[in-house]
Write a protein that binds this ligand. Structure first.
Ligand SMILES: Nc1ncnc2c1ncn2[C@@H]1O[C@H](COP(=O)(O)OP(=O)(O)OP(=O)(O)O)[C@@H](O)[C@H]1O
Length: 631
């Protein structure tokens, strides 16, 4: 079974279990093993062509979501999967439309979960489906009439949900089992050819007709001859919502009951849409208020201090700062904003102190210059002076405020910032162990495989937190590269300059063209920026694996790796120092596969950073287990 299928299955299970990667271990699903040969629990294969046939994951206390898009969008799986069973778990959320791409499915069993929402219309595309069991969930809405077109269907169990509308005219003569009881179905029961008793339809107060005792014309239905031995309904006609006394109204000239129902349905949808718009507007207002509140919380210092005139030209080794901070009027237009996450000593930080302190230029990147500033008390910070004027000041300030509130141990938050029309400065704690770039490409090259894997896993987790765990406030990095991964005093990676550029336009355009957002909750530019971060992270993985520079002698690392892999010389890609320490080639190849997926030219084909983090964690856990085993 190929790598992509294995990793997709591991991710699918992780989503099902609510991102609990331990479930993979319990079931023995490991990247380093084979689902068919090593018999992953719950997986049954077609022995002829080693393809995955059945996924039987009943009663495993899975409480995550059903991401069938992962399975059904992957051709080899979609072409082989015929039975998916998740009965008796706690899976929540809906069934995604992508289920329609799992064309070979003959059995879909999802009974006894917490699934909700309407059934996707794409279910009707499953024209091999024989049994569909969605009973004992929280599904609502109407069944798509096209469901009745699945000519192979012979079992439909949907009891105990909140489904409504009419029952589609299935070909009941093919059916062995049917149960739609205890829902909110309404209207006339289609012709069941005498195959089922009233039990299959009970508990739907608005349903009428054979085999229920409630007639659709008001009078009780006489038992038809072709009905199989029919039991008396335990629900009295009145309790079943018999509305025979309403019937005469039907013949009057006014709107029919169906029309009234239809119009009130439209009215309800209209009201819902209005409510949704009002809710969205309220949320936006609230968000703005929250940001304003955050702004008030921070310590601002004196708003119109005299600017100490400083030269705008940098001279290496000068003994004082040279940030030009003057506004047109010669005054400092705004003051330094010390953020609430700063250490105590930093609360006292003043703009004049920053200007007075000796500063040393330590870098000049495409987005600005970086200075190391040492205060009298010995505290050392770095100051990033941003030259990009395209980032609007308001956006920049808001982003900095949000970032200062985000507490992730592996994301370096700014200590303070300054923002005027001409100038943007950011103050960070100085990290004396330098950057990942230096560690990989500097003179000293003692950086073993386990540490590299650790850096990859920690960075991916921190990014996943920033992208997804923050929900609507998720922030992309915008300029992810190995020089922005710093090493803290414990040599752990720390992502620096987070969100400073608000998305690198070049990088985004280059790496996220022809993008169409599949999300409604997120703007397409946010989504493109997240995909650009995944690309940047993929390049970092390639640097970790190859030890090579991103660009050298006119050759891009991504292109070089892909060409070597295409030629099937994969082993040639890896850093010689890793080979000589006998690092596991299997796990290096697994990480390489992740990296290659991240740097895919098409942004849509790149995985989410959450998926990447999960796979890297799995590789890391396998590495740790093997180390314990060696000891
Ligand atoms: N807080 C810090 N502590 C120590 N070193 C840092 C810190 N921040 C950045 N550096 C290092 O200083 C060097 C220069 O940083 P700078 O941000 O100017 O360059 P860059 O990241 O290559 O460019 P840019 O971010 O503008 O694209 C880099 O090697 C970086 O790793």
């Amino acid at each position: 079974v190929d790598y992509e299928v294995k990793s997709t299955m591991i991710l699918f299970l992780a989503q099902l279990s609510g991102n609990d990667s331990h479930q993979n271990f319990t079931l023995n699903w490991k990247l380093g093993s084979d689902p068919c040969i090593d018999q992953w629990q719950g997986v049954e294969c077609d022995t002829k062509n080693s393809s995955i046939k059945n996924l039987l994951l009943d009663k495993l206390s899975l409480s995550g979501t059903l991401d069938v898009a992962m399975l059904c969008n992957l051709h080899p799986l979609a072409a082989s999967l015929i039975y998916l069973s998740l009965d008796g778990n706690g899976v929540h959320g809906g069934i995604p439309e992508e289920i329609g791409s799992c064309k070979q499915l003959t059995q879909l069993h999802l009974s006894g979960n917490q699934l909700s929402g309407t059934l996707p219309s794409s279910l009707s595309k499953l024209n091999n489906l024989k049994s569909l069991d969605i009973s004992n969930n929280k599904f609502s809405g109407q069944l798509h009439p096209d469901l009745a077109r699945i000519s192979t269907l012979n079992m439909f169990l949907a009891q105990n949900n909140q489904l409504s509308g009419e029952i589609p005219p299935f070909n009941f003569s093919n059916f062995d089992r049917l149960d739609v009881s205890f829902n909110n179905f309404s209207g006339v029961i289609p012709d069941i050819h005498g195959h089922f008793t009233s039990e299959s339809f009970l508990g739907n107060p608005q349903l009428c007709g054979d085999p229920l005792p409630k007639s659709c014309t008001g009078s009780p239905v006489p038992a038809s001859k072709d009905s199989k031995e029919r039991k008396e309904s335990p629900v009295p006609a009145a309790a079943a919502g018999d509305n025979s006394d309403e019937e005469p109204k039907k013949s009057s000239k006014g709107p029919s009951k169906e029309q009234i129902l239809m119009y009130s349905g439209y009215a309800a949808i209209g009201a819902l849409v209005i409510l949704l718009i009002v809710w969205k507007l309220c949320r936006r207002k609230k968000k703005e208020k929250r940001i304003e509140a955050l702004n008030e919380k921070v310590v601002t210092q004196g708003s119109a201090q005299k600017a100490s005139h400083v030269s705008s030209e940098y001279r290496a080794g000068v003994s004082r700062s040279d940030f030009s901070l003057t506004s047109e009027s010669g005054m400092v237009s705004q003051s330094l904003v010390v953020l609430s996450n700063s250490r105590n000593t930093m609360h006292e930080l003043k703009l004049e102190d920053l200007l007075k302190a000796p500063a040393e230029l330590i870098g000049r990147g495409k987005n600005g210059s970086l200075y190391k500033v040492v205060f009298e008390n010995g505290t050392t910070v770095v100051v990033k002076r941003i030259i990009d004027r395209s980032v609007p000041g308001r956006d920049f300030k808001q982003r900095m405020q949000i970032l200062s509130q985000v507490k992730h141990p592996y994301v370096l938050s700014p200590l303070a910032f300054y923002c005027s029309k001409q100038e943007k400065l950011l103050v960070y704690e100085y990290q004396q162990n330098g950057s990942l770039f230096k560690l990989l490409h500097g003179a000293q090259k003692a950086f073993d495989w386990s540490s590299r894997l650790g850096v990859a896993a920690t960075t991916a987790e921190a990014l996943a937190f920033m992208h997804q765990e923050l929900g609507q406030q998720g922030i992309s990095h915008g300029n992810l590269k190995s020089s922005n991964i710093l090493l803290n005093k414990n040599m752990e990676p720390c992502i620096s300059e987070y969100g400073v550029m608000g998305g690198d336009d070049d990088q985004q355009q280059q790496h996220s063209s022809s993008f169409v957002s599949p999300f409604t909750s997120m703007s397409s530019s946010d989504h493109a920026a997240f995909k650009a971060d995944v690309y940047g992270f993929g390049v970092i993985l390639l640097e970790l694996l190859t030890g090579k520079l991103v660009k050298s002698e006119g050759m891009e690392l991504t292109e070089w790796v892909q060409s070597v892999v295409r030629e099937e010389w994969t082993g040639e890609v890896f850093d010689r120092t890793l080979i000589s320490e006998y690092a596991s080639e299997e796990r290096m190849v697994n990480l390489l596969q992740v990296a290659i997926r991240c740097v895919n030219r098409s942004p849509e084909a790149r995985p989410s950073i959450n998926q990447v983090a999960l796979i890297i964690n799995t590789i890391k856990e396998e590495e740790e287990k093997s180390l314990i085993y060696q000891v």
